[in-house]
Design a protein around this ligand. Structure first.
Ligand code: HEM
Length: 154
């Protein structure tokens, strides 16, 4: 679930690098000091690496499914010497957070259109209203009234 979220909608969707010397890259000669833009979003939506890329499909990360793509096709934390320092921590924290919340609550969108993700410094919904319903077994807090379980993340 966390991997597929980071693949489908990577918060960091566009980055730059500067060449520190003259290099040949992608069949082009780039002089020292050239700014190169690369997009994890576009890499994550390349059908050659991720078939049916627009579909949110957590199963694609099950063992046995993720063979055949280059190891650096998935770069939500970037790559190389400036790669995210907190990648392992972020994955562990997100997994624990999702598991803890989903154990107690079922989250769903209110009826109506869902706001599309919008690119800014990060990529994400600028407003996300969700309805939280306690799961069975009495683990969740009971609703006290209309709107009590509506979470508005803006
Ligand atoms: C899902 C959560 C996160 C995502 C998607 C993410 C993504 C990224 C990306 C893409 C970069 C590289 C930026 C670039 O190349 O210009 C980066 C850098 C960095 N991240 Fe994260 N990050 C996350 C969480 C964290 C956490 C939890 C920490 C610290 C505990 C952290 C610390 C850093 C640091 C210090 C850098 C700079 C590394 C450097 O320039 O040498 N990140 N992050």
């Amino acid at each position: 679930m966390v991997s597929e979220t980071l693949r489908h909608s990577p918060p960091g969707w566009l980055f730059t690098r500067s060449t520190t010397r003259d290099v040949e890259f992608g069949g082009r000669r780039l002089p020292r000091g050239t700014t190169v833009l690369y997009s994890p979003y576009l890499l994550h939506h390349a059908p050659a690496s991720f078939p049916d890329p627009e579909r949110f499909r957590p199963e694609r990360w099950l063992s046995g499914e993720d063979t055949g793509r280059p190891y650096d096709a998935m770069v939500p934390f970037s790559a190389g010497s400036r790669k995210c320092l907190g990648d392992s921590f972020a994955m562990a924290q997100s997994t624990v957070a999702v598991a803890t919340i989903a154990r107690r609550w079922r989250l769903r969108h209110p009826p109506g259109p869902v706001a599309p993700v919008r690119p800014a410094v990060t990529l994400g919904p600028r407003s996300l209203r969700m309805i939280c319903e306690p799961r069975g077994g009495g683990l969740g807090r009971q609703s006290r009234g209309a709107g009590d379980n509506l979470v508005d993340h803006t």
